[in-house]
Each structure stands twice: as structure tokens, then as C-alpha cells.
Design a protein around this ligand. Structure first.
Ligand SMILES: CC(C)(COP(=O)(O)OP(=O)(O)OC[C@H]1O[C@@H](n2cnc3c(N)ncnc32)[C@H](O)[C@@H]1OP(=O)(O)O)[C@@H](O)C(=O)NCCC(=O)NCCS
Length: 176
């Protein structure tokens, strides 16, 4: 498996995935789809700007060894206080349904954390997931992320608030 940059040929399936609750997964589904044309324009613009790989915001394709794309990972900046040193990276993942439950999500997130610690200066990497998403919680624990606690009614998604679990790993804890 590898993480590779998004290419123009990926935009179609990435947009389709984001617009379908089954493909993106119930825990990533906001409740309604963003307009596909608008999302295509936005992704094309990001691809033209920086290949969708920046220090504080990016998206990469998860690809199997035989070249099959199976989903994507993305990251963004979050900040806990006014100092620039309070900035950290947060990430997300979505695998297509037929590729879940085979260890790929664990491996992809291990690769992503390694990529982000090696290519950025971030001190801390975090992510959060719904309390009723055991596959993601287990995958995060398997790569050494520390469960920090429950953020009550953190995400408004699909018509209601959902409790999330916050996970993190510090640069000093990452062993690759
Ligand atoms: C969440 C996701 C990334 C996990 O990746 P995955 O490839 O399916 O998970 P893995 O096969 O690596 O399994 C990780 C662990 O979770 C367990 N697991 C997998 N599916 C599970 C399920 N439905 N319920 C409970 N545990 C589950 C596995 O057994 C494994 O633990 P183990 O090694 O101790 O047995 C993937 O399922 C996915 O993309 N889901 C849809 C989108 C999503 O929910 N993204 C996260 C939103 S924050």
C-alpha cells in the first residue's frame, strides 16, 4: 500500500464518494450532499494550486500495491490557543466499503501519521471519531494514538449531535 498524490483522474470517484452515504461511510456523511459540480471545481482548483498537498491542509489517495485506489486520507490545521506553537494537524479517512475490515485503514493511517511527522513541523497530530465507530477507534489505538476523552455532542451530522472520542499522538511518541 502507498499514499500517493491525487491526480485529475481521481476527481470523479472522489466526488462520487463524497456524495454518497454508503461510499463515504455513515460517520462521514453530513446529511446532504454538496453539489457535485461545485465540489469538482473546488478539487480541481486545489489540485492546480498545490497538488492538494500542503503542510497544513492536504488530501492523498490510498492505493493498494496493484494500483487500485481504495479511498482517501486528508489533513487540516487545528489550533488550541493563539500561539502558532498551538497549531496541530488533524486527519480523516474514508475507505470504499469493499475495502474496509481488511487492515487497510490501520495501515493507511500509520502511513499518514509517518508522512505528516516527516514532512511537517507539527508537534501533535490528532483526530476524532464518533463513539459508535469501533473500527476507527481500534485502528487508531493499533497505530499508537492515545485516547484522550469524549467530546460531548461534538459533531452535528445527519440531523443530530454525536459524541466523539479525541485521539492524539505527539512527535516524541511516534516511532514509525
Ligand atoms: C474506519 C476505517 C478507516 C477503518 O479501517 P478498516 O480498514 O475498515 O479497519 P481495519 O481492518 O484496519 O480494522 C481495524 C480494527 O478494527 C476492527 N474492526 C473493523 N471493523 C470493525 C467493526 N465494524 N466493528 C468493530 N471492530 C471492527 C478490526 O477487527 C481491527 O481490530 P483488530 O486488529 O484488533 O481485530 C474504515 O472502516 C472506513 O473507511 N470506514 C468508513 C469511513 C469512516 O468511518 N471513517 C472514519 C471517520 S472518523
Amino acid at each position: 500500500m502507498r499514499l500517493r498524490p491525487v491526480e485529475t483522474r481521481d476527481i470523479g470517484w472522489l466526488v462520487a464518494m463524497a456524495g454518497d452515504p454508503v461510499l463515504i461511510g455513515e460517520h462521514n456523511w453530513p446529511g446532504s450532499a454538496v453539489d457535485a459540480d461545485e465540489r469538482t471545481r473546488e478539487m480541481t482548483a486545489r489540485l492546480d494550486a498545490d497538488g492538494m498537498i500542503g503542510e497544513w491542509k492536504g488530501t492523498m489517495v490510498v492505493e493498494l500495491g496493484d494500483g487500485t485506489p481504495i479511498g482517501d486520507v486528508s489533513w487540516r490545521s487545528e489550533k488550541w490557543g493563539p500561539s502558532e506553537k498551538s497549531r496541530c494537524l488533524a486527519f480523516g479517512i474514508a475507505l470504499l466499503p469493499q475495502h474496509r475490515g481488511k487492515g487497510h485503514g490501520t495501515e493507511a493511517q500509520r502511513l499518514l501519521v509517518g508522512h505528516l511527522f516527516s514532512r511537517t513541523s507539527t508537534h501533535r497530530i490528532q483526530t476524532d471519531t464518533a463513539v459508535d465507530n469501533p473500527a476507527e477507534q481500534r485502528a487508531l489505538e493499533k497505530i499508537g494514538m492515545v485516547r484522550e476523552g469524549v467530546i460531548r455532542q461534538a459533531e452535528y451530522r445527519n440531523g443530530q449531535y454525536h459524541d466523539h472520542v479525541l485521539y492524539s499522538i505527539l512527535r516524541s511518541e511516534w516511532s514509525g
